[in-house]
Design a protein around this ligand. Sequence first.
Ligand SMILES: NC(=O)c1ccc[n+]([C@@H]2O[C@H](COP(=O)([O-])OP(=O)(O)OC[C@H]3O[C@@H](n4cnc5c(N)ncnc54)[C@H](OP(=O)(O)O)[C@@H]3O)[C@@H](O)[C@H]2O)c1
Length: 367
Amino acid sequence: MALYVSSACFCGFSQKRVERIKAVASEGFATVKTEEEKVKLGGSDLKVTKLGIGAWSWGDTSYWNNFEWDDRKMKAAKGAFDASIDVGITLFDTAEVYGSRFSFGAINSETLLGRFIKERKEKNPEVEVAVATKFAALPWRFGRQSVITALKDSLCRLGLLSVDLYQLHWPGVWGNEGYIDGLGDAVEMGLVKAVGVSNYSEKRLLEAYEKLKKRGIPLASNQVNYSLLYRLPEENGVKAACDELGVTLIAYSPIAQGALTGKYTPGNPPTGPRGRIYTPEFLAKLQPLLNRIMEIGQNYDKTPTQVVLNWLICQENVVPIPGAKNAEQAKEFSGALGWRLTDDEINELRSLASETKPVIGFPVENL
Ligand SMILES: NC(=O)c1ccc[n+]([C@@H]2O[C@H](COP(=O)([O-])OP(=O)(O)OC[C@H]3O[C@@H](n4cnc5c(N)ncnc54)[C@H](OP(=O)(O)O)[C@@H]3O)[C@@H](O)[C@H]2O)c1
């Protein structure tokens, strides 16, 4: 109980400082300006911004948004999209299952993203957007043709002729060979610029890499859960394998679904399904790490969110894709770019984080 009260007090004090930093930063949010600010995705020719925006929450009513979707939330999501483009973040990550009826969603995230792109292009036809979406390896989907069929449906919802990155969302329960063949076919048909996987173990990553390599197609990325709070990729060989093979690690849930932003405290835990993971007890144990993140951030005039995203970018070969529900959140992400923590700070934060029990990951990682 003592820890609960004292850490909440400290957090409240620091939170005011964070709000001041946010207010100052909002006067001139960093803008990702040039092509040089982009990175190549693995061995592909696709260049993307060093940070992308996750669109899982757009239209979703199964995990996010307190099971409700309305006009206000849609306007906020559009605000997130427009603000991202305004600050120069042009990579957006979605999936056929986000917001879909299959996952009890209100409106498909791909449909929303496609709509936002169309509206933006009507104002500025030159605007560049890199779209990453994903194939759901559902147990009743077999073989390479299922990948192409699903991809064409995604393109239809997005209103696009091709996407920049097409990923297998999770490993198939019956095997992956047909799906990998389907990815290769998609490249050869000109429907995608680059292909990747997601939630793939070191072994599966290597198999996918080798199979595509035989067709002369680089495996561009592996999208996995990675944050200061979830460092499994460092422990299970996935990060090392990505580095060795030249496959970009795309980090999902990089701010631990809001827990690393400092806004959730033992007295103010998140609502909905997140509340079961980031409980008041868990958040109380997180306070020493959050306090240090805030202190380090203050030295750079950066918010905790910007510090933890910078920590990921400093791991090299990592592109984080934090989810943004509104313009403010998206703008704040841009402040994670253009500077770097010192090696001592990076190591100190990892070591402090290792004192917190890891959260439970997405079960598909263990398929
Ligand atoms: N491949 C996969 O299996 C997989 C799995 C999960 C996610 N993903 C992808 O990764 C993306 C990001 O992961 P995620 O959405 O799970 O988690 P996340 O990026 O770690 O957290 C996103 C949430 O944090 C809160 N937030 C965002 N910016 C904030 C800010 N500046 N200040 C305070 N709070 C902020 C928002 O929720 P509140 O405002 O409600 O707190 C937001 O929805 C997803 O959108 C999706 O594209 C992929």
